[in-house]
Write a protein that binds this ligand. Structure first.
Ligand SMILES: *Cc1c(COP(=O)(O)O)cnc(C)c1O
Length: 389
């Protein structure tokens, strides 16, 4: 009916769930007060909404409300965590460990710190996208102040073993940060059970609004110190100044609350959709899954395809399906993703790659339509186009 392409790019962002939007609306209009205004009802009602939202988010990750620091999203939370720890623990050490497949919002702050004199160790990953725990252990030193490993990868959906990393870091008294932008609401995240000290969150990957996220900052056993990266009125216990964005905060909490309530059934449904898609796509020759086949987000399927020009494929898919795609070998010179490079299949880097990100509003009918169109497109491209490499 609609001429708009079917949306399968849920790792980039998701639409706001209407239940979330409805919870937000009053806070744009009649309940517009500044939650920091303590002398009138406008301030009180906003403050109460922020408090309730903070409680919901804290409960969702088994934290205390005072441990939630609202930010503009996961990019800011990552920056605050990494630079904030680097500055606060500078005297203890300047060695930081992260992973090659992290989001740029982790890798770039680390590179910045490297330019400031910190020593950054970027761990490789195995062919399935998982880190090698023994290698991580060997990398840790007496002057390592921070380990930053993501919960779920935004390209290949791979889930890192947070429990084992957390345990190792706690034993060695090293701060453990995880970027959980793709994980919140999709897999259980318990900061106590997983020994997480800092955790970055965002709302817009889980059917909440853009421009809001949070950093979980552990307050006890041990208490984590952070140097503020934005100074001002001293909001968020001095760690992040700026007037709190009440409607976004209310939407963030509502989005997480819904995702948790539906997590189990939704994961089952998405796994079925993914398996249904793969069952059809795998009838093609020369198609491979990127990342661990099971240890991944339910809604993620990332594939490489041989003998197809990446740019031509992307162009042919665009009218029908919104996905993220790339390739090294392409007339348009689309660079291969650094995440796929890190998996270390040099032969596959010439292949076209496609990330399917399925979500709450995708249906079986859509998946079947996409699979059929995809197969026809690939067959036709293979029969007509000359692949250069
Ligand atoms: C989307 C994403 C980010 C950035 O989050 P924003 O809220 O958009 O700043 C960081 N890390 C990962 C893993 C992501 O998927």
């Amino acid at each position: 009916m609609s001429s708009r392409p079917i949306y399968l790019d849920c790792h980039a962002t998701t639409p706001i769930d209407e239940r979330v939007l409805n919870a937000m609306i009053p806070y744009f209009t009649e309940k517009f007060g500044n939650p920091a205004s303590i002398s009138h009802v406008y301030g009180w009602e906003s403050e109460a909404a922020v408090k309730q939202s903070r409680d919901i988010l804290a409960t969702a990750i088994n934290a205390n409300p005072e441990e939630i620091v609202f930010t503009s999203g996961a990019t800011e939370a990552n920056n605050l965590a990494i630079k904030g720890v680097a500055e606060a623990y500078f005297a203890k050490g300047q060695h930081i460990v992260t992973v090659a497949t992290e989001h740029k919002a982790v890798l770039e702050p680390c590179e910045y710190l490297e330019s400031m004199g910190f020593e950054i160790m970027v761990l490789p990953v195995n062919q399935d996208g998982l880190i090698d725990l023994e290698q991580l252990e060997k990398t840790l030193r007496h002057d390592t102040i921070l380990v930053s490993v993501m919960a779920a990868n935004n390209e290949i959906g791979v889930l890192q073993p947070l429990d084992k990393i957390g345990k190792m870091c706690r034993q060695k008294e090293i701060i453990f940060h995880t970027d959980a932008a793709q994980a919140i609401g999709k897999i259980p995240l318990d900061v106590e059970a997983l020994n997480i000290d800092l955790m970055s969150l965002t709302a817009h990957k889980v059917y909440g609004p853009k421009g809001i996220g949070a950093l979980y900052v552990r307050r006890r056993n041990p208490r984590i110190k952070l140097a503020a990266q934005q100074h001002g009125g001293g909001h968020e216990r001095g760690m992040r100044s700026g007037t709190l964005y009440t409607p976004q905060i209310v939407g963030f909490a509502k989005a997480v609350e819904i995702a948790l309530a539906e997590q189990e059934t939704e994961n089952q449904r998405l796994t079925e959709l993914r398996e249904r898609l793969w069952k059809q796509l795998s009838t093609l020759e020369g198609i491979y899954i990127n990342g661990h086949p099971q240890k991944r987000l339910a809604g993620n399927l990332n594939i490489s395809l041989e003998g197809v020009d990446g740019a031509a494929l992307s162009l042919a898919l665009q009218p029908m399906v919104a996905v993220s795609s790339g390739s090294a070998c392409s007339s348009n010179n689309v660079a291969p993703s650094y995440v796929l490079i890190a998996l270390g299949h040099p032969e596959k880097l010439a292949y076209a790659s496609v990330r399917f990100g399925m979500g709450r509003f995708n249906t079986v009918e859509e998946i079947d339509k996409v699979a059929e169109h995809f197969i026809t497109t690939v067959k036709s491209l293979r029969s007509t186009s000359v692949v250069i490499c």
